[in-house]
Design a protein around this ligand. Structure first.
Ligand code: NAD
Length: 482
């Protein structure tokens, strides 16, 4: 059976290494960060990813999966080497490929047998061709080294499932041997029906970045529509629902709100713009500059609205309680997190900001130590003048607005993710704001047909503001940010 090394064991690599072990391979994960390698060797995952700790610890304990820091050891050990190092933003948004080159420089001169190197990192089109030339320079005499590209599409928060059940496999290859080896590696998901796209190196590279550019486009598209909704009295969530019923469009990634973030979408959009410009095709992706601009505008918008809610003025002051720091729920990743960006901007303006996130306190504190982090949502909202809901964790939907009304000083909440149910917040006396979404109290059911939910509920002051006539219902409590 093929032996596998995974070089770079961050969010992608650690999950891939554990996934490969789960598929039955002997796996060595290598990271140049000794603390990370030590944690993984001890069966500990140094980031938040549901299901990964159990999977990884099980295979470490079983001996099929181990971690270290030596690329020389990896060179001697494996038949297939997966490159999973970072490709962070560099100059002018172009991808910084230095981690990839450093990994090859440390690996290839020490190879002792013919092997396949497989790029999984997200790279600008043309990178694999350049790396092929580097490999040819570095490979020891008599050793044949093939390079393939197998971009990764996993979603943080669902990474284990996505690794074991990929919705497609893309193999950018130049030889039949490379395709054969990749088919061996992915025998199980292929047998389970995962579609396989066999193509050349540039197509495989471009598939990944265009997928991310498309997802970013969907999000910024719906956020552009949200801007129009806010001006016209339309409701962006209903608009998105209606668009989503068209299966040529689909409802996913049409959640209007604070926009996208994380270690992939923003950097991949900018890297695509940079690469296209380098190729003399900047015009082909001009629209992506607007996609990026719409996304940035959402964050500015929330900052502006918060200041207005606090009364404006030249020297704004007040306490802001923030729900969320991670760039998305089920993750502790704060790379280019919209939530943390808003929090740090408000703090820089001089506001008293306290943040709560169910998983990302440590990662957020590491990059924004100036902020105050609370251990609970209630503690973050203590005496807050304004509350911002910035990361759509499932548990925030279960918060008790009645209790929080007593904890906070102010009564305004801005749901910048459009995922909270306004009804209980309105009923508890909150001034509930959303992003392009109409917020109205529901009319109580007539007394003759009480539902258990209505029957058991106490009379609520906010509800009493809305008379149960159809006309008033239409006019009722339409709230949105300015
Ligand atoms: P990451 O920063 O979490 O992980 C990169 C790891 O590589 C780090 O642990 C780092 O210490 C290690 N590393 C750097 N240089 C090294 C070297 N020379 N030798 C050994 N290890 C080295 O990044 P990530 O989120 O895992 O992303 C990695 C790549 O995968 C990026 O190109 C990213 O765009 C892509 N990707 C990420 C995701 C995701 O959800 N995180 C999904 C798909 C694709």
């Amino acid at each position: 059976m093929l032996r596998i090394s995974v070089i770079g064991t961050g969010y992608l690599g650690a999950t891939h290494a554990a996934g490969m072990a789960e598929l039955g391979f002997e796996v060595l994960g290598v990271d140049n960060n000794p603390a990370k390698a030590a944690a993984l060797s001890a069966g500990r995952v140094p980031f938040h990813e549901p299901g990964l700790p159990e999977l990884l610890a099980g295979h470490v304990a079983g001996g099929r999966l181990r971690f270290g820091t030596s690329l020389v050891e990896a060179a001697r050990f494996a038949d297939v080497h997966f490159l999973c190092v970072g490709t962070p933003p560099g100059v002018n948004g172009a991808a910084d490929l230095s981690q990839l080159y450093a990994a090859l420089d440390g690996l290839v001169p020490h190879l002792t047998r013919n092997c396949l190197i497989v790029g999984k990192s997200t790279v600008p089109v043309g990178t694999a061709e350049a790396l092929t030339a580097r490999i040819a320079e570095l490979a020891p005499e008599g050793i044949s080294v093939d390079l393939a590209w197998n971009p990764e599409f996993l979603r943080e928060g669902h990474a284990v499932f996505d690794t074991l059940h990929p919705n497609r496999l893309v193999f950018g290859v130049t030889t039949p041997d490379a395709e054969w080896a990749l088919r061996q590696v992915y025998t199980t998901p292929i047998a389970a029906g995962a579609p396989v796209v066999i193509t050349n190196l540039p197509t495989s590279e471009l598939i990944k970045v265009s997928a991310n550019a498309f997802l970013a486009t969907k999000i910024s598209f719906i956020n552009s529509m949200a801007e129009l909704c806010e001006l016209t009295g339309a409701d962006v969530t209903l608009l998105a629902d209606a668009l989503g019923h068209d299966d040529r469009i689909g409802r996913k990634f049409l959640g209007a709100g604070l926009g996208y973030g994380g270690g992939c979408l923003p950097k991949d959009v900018r890297a695509l713009i940079a690469r296209a410009t380098e190729l003399g095709a900047g015009e082909s992706v001009d629209f992506l500059r607007d996609i990026d601009a719409v996304n940035v505008r959402r964050r500015e918008r929330v900052v502006r609205d918060t200041l207005e809610l606090l009364g404006g003025g030249i020297q704004p002051s007040g306490r802001v309680g923030i729900l969320g720091a991670a760039f998305k729920p089920l993750s502790d990743d704060v790379r280019d997190s919209p939530a943390l960006d808003v929090a740090t901007r408000l703090h820089a303006i001089g506001l008293d900001v306290t943040v709560f996130d169910p998983a990302a306190t440590a990662t957020a504190r590491a990059v924004a130590p100036q902020l105050v982090f609370a251990a609970t949502a209630a503690a973050a909202l203590h005496e807050a003048d304004v509350v911002l809901h910035l990361t759509e964790w499932r548990e925030f939907r279960d918060l008790d607005p009645v209790f929080l009304r007593k904890v906070a000083r102010g009564r305004t909440i801005l749901d910048a993710r459009n995922t909270l149910d306004p009804e209980p917040w309105l009923a508890a006396g909150w001034d509930f704001r959303a992003m392009g979404r109409l917020v109205e109290a529901r009319t109580p059911l007539p007394k003759s047909v009480p539902s258990p939910a209505v029957r058991d509920r106490q009379p609520e002051p906010a509800r009493a503001l809305v008379a149960p006539s159809p006309l008033n219902r239409l006019r009722a409590r339409v709230r949105r940010t300015a």
